[in-house]
Design a protein around this ligand. Structure first.
Ligand code: ADP
Ligand code: MG
Length: 329
């Protein structure tokens, strides 16, 4: 059973960054408004995520680490329109098969917190613990029991860079949540949350922090809706390029995606206006009826499949093209 778990884990737990993504999404699903991340050695030695979300009941702690235990869907219809980030109930189980996992949690109203520890196939231990609220998950020594996989991990700086990218994507999409991240005790990010009163301004403030001020003099706000489709965010003229790196972020219903169709539509729009622009930079949020998009393609991948691919492509192309064609006011 552990072997099967370890094989399955390879699907979800490619590297520290994939663990971080799952933990951050769980915290968001738990309604967290504040999430703190601590990493050691690029996340290989330690990934620590603490949130102020709803917490996990003591009785449910072992369940949280069991395969196919999810608290997020109760029917097959739910699969069609998942609002939460996670719904398979296999991330924590997979992570626990290849790392030493400690979950400490306190539900509102509970007298105190409980801590569950598991490493590989050693049994669980559940003990009373101290925590003022929410959930704290620590994933230590990734691949400690699967040295063959551990060999595939890259240098600490590379693994940290992947973690940082995952963090940036999630923080961009959730300006309503406060985030912090430290690596080796050094603070890399501290992002205050914004009230949801003026969402676009909140988003732009967060985007300024994540992508950098230099993006903004060149950026145009997008907000185009057509029927059930809406595209909003910022698209910059390619005068902006941060150290030659492309800053292209697409989110579909709040989830970061790297989708060929969307990126192609954006590239075409830029080419149409700028005739061969090299560094389009954008942060764009596509919203549509959840039934119109399959996010279930692969657990750890960022692909999606649209039911009306042609229509989506056209809508995104025109929305960006029209925005870029408008002079900066
Ligand atoms: P999924 O997210 O697909 O449900 P996971 O393996 O990621 O599966 O998590 C298993 C379960 O553990 C979740 O369904 C949830 O009930 C619980 N859980 C995990 N992380 C947290 C958290 N940070 N706060 C509250 N509950 C959590
Ligand atoms: Mg999850």
């Amino acid at each position: 059973d552990l072997l099967i778990s370890q094989i399955a884990a390879g699907e979800v737990v490619e590297r520290p960054a994939s663990v971080l993504k799952e933990l951050l999404e769980n915290s968001l699903d738990a309604g967290a408004t504040k999430i703190e991340v601590r990493l050691e050695e690029g996340g290989v030695r330690l990934i620590h995520v603490a949130d102020d979300g709803c917490g996990i009941a003591a009785d449910d702690l072992p369940l949280a680490l069991s395969r196919h235990a999810t608290s997020k869907i109760t029917s097959l219809e739910d699969l069609e329109c998942v609002a939460s980030y996670g719904f398979r109930g296999e991330a924590l189980a997979s992570i626990a098969a290849v790392a030493r996992v400690t979950v400490t949690s306190k539900q509102v109203g509970a007298a105190h917190a409980w801590r569950l520890q598991r490493s590989g196939d050693e049994g669980d231990s559940v003990q009373p613990a101290a925590l003022s609220g929410g959930t704290m998950i620590e994933v230590a020594d990734l691949y400690f029991n699967t040295p063959a996989r551990r060999k595939f991990l890259k240098a600490e700086a590379t693994e940290f860079a992947h973690c940082d990218e995952v963090f940036r994507r999630i923080a961009l999409a959730r300006p309503d949540v406060a985030f912090s991240l430290t690596h080796q005790g050094r603070e890399k990010w501290r992002l205050a949350s914004a009230s949801a009163v003026r969402p676009f301004e909140n988003f732009s403030r967060r985007a300024k922090e994540i992508i950098g001020e230099a993006f903004f003099p060149h950026a145009r706000a997008i907000d185009v809706a057509a029927g059930p489709l809406r595209l909003s965010g910022l698209a910059a003229m390619p005068a902006y390029s941060r150290s030659g790196r492309d800053e292209q972020y697409f989110f579909v219903n709040g989830r970061f995606v790297r989708d060929k169709l969307l990126m192609h539509a954006a590239r075409q729009a830029y080419e149409d206006i700028l005739h061969g622009a090299r560094h389009p930079a954008y942060v764009l949020f596509l919203e549509l009826d959840p039934a119109g998009v399959d996010v279930n393609v692969h657990p750890a991948k960022t692909e999606v499949r649209f039911r009306e691919a042609r229509g989506i492509h056209q809508f995104v192309f025109h929305a960006i093209q029209r925005t870029l064609a408008t002079p900066l006011s």
